[in-house]
Design a protein around this ligand. Sequence first.
Ligand code: NAP
Length: 314
Amino acid sequence: MSSTTARQVLVIGGTGFLGRRITEEFVRHADRVAVLSRAQQTRQGMPGTESIQADRRDPAALRSALGNREFDVVVDNIAFDAADVNGLLQVLNGRAGHYLLTSSVAVYTDRYVRRPLREDAADLNLRVPVDAPDAFHPRLGHAYGNGKRQAEQAIRESAIPWTVLRPPVVVGADDRTLRVWWFVQRLLDGQPLVIPDWGPGRVFQVVWTHDVARAFHCAASNPAAFGRTYNVAQAEVFTAESWIEAAAGRPFGHVLLDISAIRCELGFDPSPEAVWLQDTLAGCAANPPSVGSAGYERRDYEARVARTLLQSLH
Ligand SMILES: NC(=O)c1ccc[n+]([C@@H]2O[C@H](COP(=O)([O-])OP(=O)(O)OC[C@H]3O[C@@H](n4cnc5c(N)ncnc54)[C@H](OP(=O)(O)O)[C@@H]3O)[C@@H](O)[C@H]2O)c1
């Protein structure tokens, strides 16, 4: 691998919501960063980076784009199954010093337990019927968790030094999934809100884009992280009520993570709520997405329901 101080880093899918922050974190630390994408995102050309254009699912295009280049660190931010991981490893053919994978807490099938989940609680052999209830992913259902388990297995079976990070729901000022915007957009219009009842006893954590990026940087080229899988999340635990009180939005599904491994082994220190939540909410309000959040087209009806409910309480 390269012998100069600046490492050669490749970020697969490094121009989007989370990937962009990962890319910026390595650039900030003076690594030489190449970003591979299909160049379909509007925000291309990140300062201080080299852009490589290829569809990662097209082996010939990937091979042609990467040639015989060597990388000290490869962050695979958008692998969704074993084929994604194996395809990239074949093209790299050993020319990578450390492979880091963005996985997900969706690998934990049984999340409704009353204790923080440790990394070894995930059964990677499990495949859940895609339409079974309680999927982590609203659109892809259990196919998402099944794919992430496969991707994790594929990297474990490889000969390369690897590290897996498992984030819960990722939040940040520019979230293209519009989950934070759901709440901010409604707060800004000043009309009353209807918050769905998420059921009693549910708690959850989220993670801030910048902190996931810092965690990747902590892990990269760090022998302590080789062959290790880490939960990465903010330390704060929310109930539906405390999340709404923090003005952060609709609550998310139950997940409680043990983040002691990444803290102890890699020295990862999650940012405090005053920092990450403020950045997320203020950033979202200051740069509102141009599209409405989920259901906003029915906002007048929603506000009427909220007023009726409020009146019935008095
Ligand atoms: N958001 C969450 O709450 C959450 C929670 C847990 C885990 N995760 C994980 O976080 C990752 C998503 O990161 P993100 O937020 O940065 O995603 P994103 O905003 O959807 O961006 C996707 C990135 O990948 C590139 N890309 C997509 N398909 C590609 C392909 N076939 N070949 C090459 N490049 C491709 C995109 O650029 P082009 O379109 O230009 O190609 C872009 O750079 C996923 O692994 C997801 O499972 C997310």
